[in-house]
Design a binder for this molecule. Structure first.
Ligand SMILES: C[S@@+](CC[C@H](N)C(=O)[O-])C[C@H]1O[C@@H](n2cnc3c(N)ncnc32)[C@H](O)[C@@H]1O
Length: 331
């Protein structure tokens, strides 16, 4: 074996070990705290990626269709707005997932002769490998460099790889996975990593009839349920735990007053779960694990967020139902 290969494999193993230790620490902290919680960023192992792709196909899950409509129908207007503001840039997409929507924008940029590198960032290694393999075939001429890891660390890495201006994409209402206080902190951190003239396009799910929102997070085929339970399965497999999945159920709630849609797993019995060799967590019957927030916004709340984080809103692209907004902000 070549020395270089050996070193690469050793450093990969070290990264995996650090990642697994962090995962274990976050799970133990979350499940021994009150109320119990798990971090939604761990949903996305290879199976979680597949289940999320199925969620996006569910008839009740409107956000993907709305944002897809925006990108398909308005990609020309979006690209010309961006190109008028920035003569030269690279595209960094935070939490790119399978990039099914952003490919429309990337395609438009290639067709209009923009010279850029696309840096998809994702915490899921399997999705980054898939993007690096498939995108150059789907979009010939696209320069792709995948970055596997956390949003901010990878954004910093992208800045070290290129000193061009940036267009940062944060689509799919990923911002909704933070509560409003965390979202403001996140946007402020983003602002600090960007320079004069950089652009940020963020997808927001807008407040609408509460029943429409709630249905999107408790689909009739039970895929959202399977997606949530998959995290327990992942903890069993990767952290040597013994969750019995049949003893947990999925529950979603939406509060129209705050715009917070929250997902929980409910313990169906008094039970003990072992995690690793040393920790046992006790659950009472009906006790909930808080899994994820999907925060909804009004257009006024979005504007306020932009200004409070130090950005200037420049354009706002909505679908025909007015259910979703891709907002372009400038530093
Ligand atoms: C809800 S999916 C959305 C994917 C895509 N943006 C879209 O609109 O279809 C969220 C994606 O963000 C990634 N992700 C979640 N938390 C992350 C984090 N802290 N750092 C990097 N990626 C993260 C997940 O792995 C997943 O692929």
């Amino acid at each position: 074996m070549q020395t270089n290969t050996l070193l690469a494999e050793q450093s990969n193993t070290q990264v995996l070990t650090v990642y697994r230790n962090q995962f274990l620490q976050d799970v133990i902290e979350g499940l021994t705290g009150s109320p119990k919680r798990l971090d939604s960023k761990y949903f996305y192992d290879a199976n979680g990626d597949k289940l999320f792709q199925q969620i996006m196909q569910c008839p009740e899950y409107y956000p993907t269709r709305c944002e897809m409509e925006i990108l398909k129908r308005q990609r020309g207007a979006i690209t010309s707005t961006i190109n008028a503001l920035l003569p030269s840039y690279d595209v960094i997409e935070l939490g790119a997932g399978d990039a099914t929507k952003s490919v429309y924008l990337l395609q438009e940029m290639i067709q209009t002769g923009t010279d850029f590198t696309y840096y998809p960032v994702d915490i899921s290694g399997s999705i980054i490998s898939e993007l690096e393999n498939k995108l150059p075939q789907t979009l010939p001429g696209l320069q792709v460099r995948g970055l596997h890891g956390e949003y901010m660390r990878m954004l910093h890495q992208a800045s070290e790889l290129s000193n061009k201006n940036k267009l940062v994409l944060f689509m799919g209402a990923n911002i909704g996975n933070f509560d409003t206080r965390q979202a403001l902190n996140f946007c402020r951190q983003l602002r600090r990593q960007l320079k004069e003239g950089d652009l940020l396009m963020i997808g927001f799910d807008l407040k609408k009839h509460p029943a429409v929102i709630l249905d999107a997070y408790s689909d009739s085929q039970g895929i959202t349920r399977a997606f949530n339970l998959n995290l327990l399965h992942r903890i069993n497999r990767e952290l040597n735990a013994d969750f019995k999945l049949r003893l947990f159920d999925h529950y979603a709630s939406y509060d129209p007053a705050t715009g917070a849609c929250k997902s929980y797993l409910v313990s169906l019995a008094n039970q003990k779960v072992r995690i690793g060799n040393t920790v046992t967590v006790e659950f009472e019957r009906d006790e909930c694990i808080y899994m994820e927030i999907s925060q909804k916004y009004t257009p006024q709340e979005i504007q306020q967020l932009a200004f409070s984080a130090g950005f200037t809103p420049v354009a706002d692209f909505r679908d025909t139902k007015n259910w979703f907004a891709d907002c372009l902000w400038k530093v």
